[in-house]
Write a new protein. Structure first.
Length: 151
């Protein structure tokens, strides 16, 4: 009888430890994949088409093509926060972080209520537009997460 009580204590403690480890592991926020945003339905049809083409190029990791297409869409929809955001994503993927920073800030200014833009893992490393222009280290990628959380 004494052995079964000890076993029960051991199993209870082990179960509690596993639950705590599981909760901590699940609570860590995984980096969200960066994906281009669609333009508002009221945008010019040509800007919407260019954005769709740019999104396909971006998803295929053809970032130079995506940059060109998003730039053209931005020219047709200069007041669209989404257009600036998409262009910034392509610039960022190409390593032009200063230009990307400027476009992310412009996107945020043009879309003050757009939670996707403001909460974007791509925008958060750049912080306050009035603050220093140093990029904070944040893990994010242009790829979708795979099973198991790896890239």
């Amino acid at each position: 009888m004494k052995i079964s009580v000890e076993i029960m204590k051991f199993l209870s403690i082990t179960g509690a430890i596993l639950m705590i480890v599981g909760l901590v592991a699940c609570s860590k926020e995984k980096a969200k994949p960066l994906v281009p945003l669609p333009l508002d339905p009221g945008s010019k049809p040509q800007a919407i088409a260019l954005t769709e083409q740019g999104t396909r190029a971006f998803q295929m990791r053809r970032f130079e093509d995506a940059k060109t297409l998003f730039s053209q869409a931005m020219s047709l929809a200069p007041e669209s926060g989404q257009a600036h955001y998409n262009y910034a994503l392509a610039l960022n993927a190409l390593g032009d972080t200063e230009s990307a920073r400027q476009q992310f800030m412009e996107a945020a200014n043009l879309a003050p209520g757009d939670k996707t833009i403001w909460d974007s893992p791509a925008l958060s490393p750049y912080g306050n537009p009035e603050g220093p222009k140093e990029k904070k280290e944040r893990p994010y990628s242009t790829s979708r997460p795979s099973l198991g959380g790896g890239s």
